[in-house]
Design a binder for this molecule. Structure first.
Ligand SMILES: Cc1cc2nc3c(=O)[nH]c(=O)nc-3n(C[C@H](O)[C@H](O)[C@H](O)COP(=O)(O)OP(=O)(O)OC[C@H]3O[C@@H](n4cnc5c(N)ncnc54)[C@H](O)[C@@H]3O)c2cc1C
Ligand code: FES
Length: 341
């Protein structure tokens, strides 16, 4: 018997390892060539202190100097001592290069490119080795634009382990990847993906969740909702998504959200369109449609994803209103460096 351990590094890279029953995380990592920080290996120095985002484990034995009771209560653990009792997500306090590991490169074949609207594209890929590119729901990969040597980042909209990896991509006029997808792309094309990357991933659902999506920032939430539907089931806490777009035609994948509302008992969603000329019943930005019950008196995990101005506007709104949720995770769909922004 073994468990899947996701090691997320400070530079945003994630690597998955297997830990055998009774094996410490540190031993499992070194066995698989990942040199996470270690010194005494004896629960005495605290060098291997990490943060457990999800999963169960036996913390092993150690002294207070290495890990205090308060830290252990918070979720900190010692990788040289801990023995997993389930799959685990661990935040390692070091970058991937220090741990002598790096991102995975995986080849994929284009299965379909779908124009969902004037502004949005759906991309489906068959990965050559999906197991090599295990990821956490919410994470992204860098995809090389064929023939250019340049990459662009895209969040998976499909869940980990799905037969096809899917992406929801904004059609940026004049954009390199957008130009490829709307012009030359065809089934059978070969693409290279590098990753998985990012600290924007679904944590264990321990309290109500509020998801705020701007435009194609919906993509990681589709992956997260699939995970919630599969794992959390009817025990799930309430999850509310507010999905805001600029123009009517930017609103896509609403049927997928309706299907999630049928599959996940506590899931509800609201859509809104910023354009005042829209015929949509709810106009304005996501912040205009935040209701007190979505914030649950602050006992809520907030996930926010979209273009940088939207993410900044929401963060400013939370700050100005003095809203401090139990946890706040965000991802900005920033344009690539060196392309004029
Ligand atoms: C972590 C991360 C995850 C991302 N995930 C997604 C995703 O799931 N879906 C998605 O659609 N995008 C996502 N992005 C954005 C994506 O990586 C590209 O920046 C975007 O698709 C534009 O690429 P392009 O090659 O078509 O345009 P580029 O050639 O990069 O840009 C062409 C021109 O358009 C400008 N531009 C770029 N993006 C925009 C924009 N959104 N609005 C207006 N002007 C723009 C550029 O500054 C440049 O001047 C993500 C970005 C990051 C950092
Ligand atoms: S390496 Fe010293 S406590 Fe783990």
């Amino acid at each position: 018997m073994s468990f899947h351990i996701a090691l997320t590094f400070e530079d945003g890279l994630t690597r998955f390892i297997d830990a055998n029953l009774g094996e410490t995380v540190a031993d499992a990592a070194y066995r698989q060539g990942i040199n996470i920080p270690l010194d005494c290996r004896d629960g005495a120095c605290g060098t291997c202190k990490s943060f457990c985002e999800a999963g169960r484990y036996d913390g092993g034995s150690y002294i207070e100097d290495a890990l205090t009771d308060a830290e252990a209560e918070e979720g900190y653990c010692l990788t040289c001592q801990m023995r997993p009792a389930s799959d685990i997500v661990l935040r390692i306090a070091a970058s991937s290069d220090i741990c002598k590991t790096r991102a995975m490169n995986v080849s994929a074949e284009v299965v379909s490119v779908t124009r969902l609207s004037d502004s949005s594209i759906g991309l489906s890929l068959a990965l050559d080795n999906a197991a090599r590119l295990a990821f956490l729901p919410g994470q992204y990969v860098n995809i090389e634009v064929p023939g250019t040597g340049q990459t662009r980042s895209y969040s998976f909209s499909s869940p980990p382990g799905a037969e096809l990896a899917t992406f929801l991509i904004r059609n940026v006029p004049g954009g390199l990847m957008s130009g490829y997808l709307t012009g030359r792309a065809k089934p059978g094309d070969r693409l290279t993906l590098t990753g998985p990357l990012g600290s924007f991933y679904l944590r264990e659902v321990r309290r109500p969740v509020l998801m705020l999506a701007g435009g194609t920032g919906l993509a990681p939430f589709l992956s997260m909702l699939d995970r919630i539907a599969a794992v959390e089931g009817s025990n799930s806490h309430p999850v509310h998504l507010i999905y805001g777009v600029t123009l009517d035609h930017d609103l896509v994948e609403v049927e997928a959200l309706q299907r999630f509302a049928e599959r996940i008992p506590g899931f509800t969603f609201t859509t809104c369109v910023a354009d005042q000329g829209s015929s949509h019943p709810l106009k304005g930005y996501v912040t205009h449609h935040l209701q007190p019950e979505h914030l649950n008196g602050g006992n809520v995990d907030v996930y926010l994803c979209g273009p940088p101005p939207m993410v900044e506007a929401v963060r400013t709104h939370f700050r100005d209103c003095g809203l401090t949720p139990a946890s706040f995770h965000y991802e900005k769909f920033a344009a690539s460096e060196g392309n004029g922004r």
